[in-house]
Design a protein around this ligand. Structure first.
Ligand code: NAP
Ligand code: ZN
Ligand code: ZN
Length: 350
């Protein structure tokens, strides 16, 4: 199936229109006409080759909302015309311990989890291409049901990565009433982290390097906002957090946040900078038995749980709509943290 896409041909070439071929609809496949796709910072890291192992042409996009245009004969969960979502994952072995636990992103099968772009299809060596495209074909297991109102769909797209990547660790480390939770970096992921932690009932503190985001972070649901470059504001929160979720996309001093955890507190990293953070000191870990952890997106079942929770609680992302041809401008603005809080591409413009 010929599909219109925007692709990077190398780490140094801007995204540009081209055509790729998608597989024919197999018996368990769902073919989707893409309506909207969010712009994740991972798209920028990948397109620019900031991470190792990128293959070109590279078609980014893993916050996909669309309408089902065709289904295979064995598909039972979706029908033609349904509004559906696809996130960061389009395949896994489906029978290892992690897959059995509904955590396909940690698949221990021979090929691991298959990413929506720059992923291996069935171990064949064939590349996968993401959602900066007019359509995509995905195994039904990795297709999510969307129950938000149709008028909200563009703002639902970022839930497929930014939403689940913050939901999964907030749930795993039990954010909720009586817990003090910090969210570091108020970008695409971070602003969803604030909204979700607030909806879970936690006391939420947003950490930002951008003084002009203070008021907006309060409106997102933060109980307090700290400008993290202000040492006095940081010190006022010393040894007080149960959990901190760090979404920052650049190397920075982790000790400044580790000291804010109380005894047995955890800071979980989800940002994946192109170069390492300065190594955190072990003393901050040892003296209060603190933990430093990481978390990768979330499984399919918990992604559906998050989408349903957001639909029930009226939660969507704050988005700025763009046309496909404006993606390079969007990337440049994202690099300067100049987006409130997620660009979403209207694929009618491809
Ligand atoms: P984003 O929208 O660009 O947000 C990142 C935020 O980090 C910025 O808005 C900014 O917030 C803060 N920041 C940026 N540069 C900084 C610096 N030099 N020092 C301190 N703070 C800085 O990016 P995103 O889409 O949310 O993605 C964030 C990171 O998560 C990326 O590395 C992405 O690849 C990664 N990611 C990981 C997973 C996973 O499964 N683990 C999933 C998706 C994305 P303030 O202006 O508030 O300071
Ligand atoms: Zn992402
Ligand atoms: Zn598996």
């Amino acid at each position: 199936m010929q599909t219109k896409v925007y692709a990077a041909q190398s780490p140094t070439t801007p995204l540009a229109p081209t055509v790729i071929s998608r597989r024919a609809v197999g018996s368990s496949d769902v073919a989707i006409d893409i309506l909207y796709c969010g712009v994740c910072h991972s798209d920028l890291h990948a397109a620019r080759g900031e991470w190792p192992g990128m293959r070109y042409p590279l078609v980014p996009g893993h916050e996909i909302i669309g309408r089902v245009s065709a289904i295979g004969g064995a598909v039972s969960n979706h029908k033609i015309g349904d509004i559906v979502g696809v996130g960061c994952m389009v395949g896994s072995c489906r029978h290892c311990d992690s897959c059995d636990d509904g955590l396909e992103q940690y698949c221990e099968g021979p090929h691991g989890w298959q990413q929506t772009y720059n992923g291996w299809l069935d171990g064949s060596g064939e590349n996968t291409y993401g959602g900066y495209a007019d359509g995509i074909t995905v195994d039904e297991h990795f297709v999510l049901k969307i129950t938000h109102h149709e008028s909200e769909l563009a703002a639902v797209a970022p839930l497929l990565c930014a939403g689940i990547t913050t939901w999964s660790p907030l749930r795993h480390w039990k954010a909720g009433p009586g817990k003090k939770v910090g969210i570091v970096g108020i970008g695409g992921l971070g602003h969803m982290g604030v909204k979700l932690a607030h909806a879970m009932g936690a006391h939420v503190v947003a950490f930002t390097t951008s003084p002009n985001k203070v008021q907006a972070a309060l409106e997102l649901g933060a109980d307090e906002v700290v400008v993290s470059r202000n040492a006095d504001e940081m010190a006022a929160h010393s040894k007080s957090f149960d959990f901190i979720l760090n979404t920052v996309a650049a190397p920075h001093d982790l000790d400044a946040f580790m000291t804010l955890l109380k005894r047995d507190g955890t800071m979980t990293m989800v940002g994946v900078p192109d170069s390492p953070h300065p190594s955190p000191g072990v003393a901050n870990l040892i003296f209060q038995r603190r933990q430093l952890a990481g978390s990768l997106i979330g499984g399919i079942a918990e992604t559906q749980e998050m989408l349903d929770f957001c639909a029930q609680h009226g939660i969507t992302s704050e988005v700025e709509m763009i046309e496909m041809q404006d993606i390079e401008t969007a990337f440049k603005r994202m690099q300067k943290s100049d987006v409130k809080y997620r660009f979403v591409i209207d694929l009618a413009t491809i």
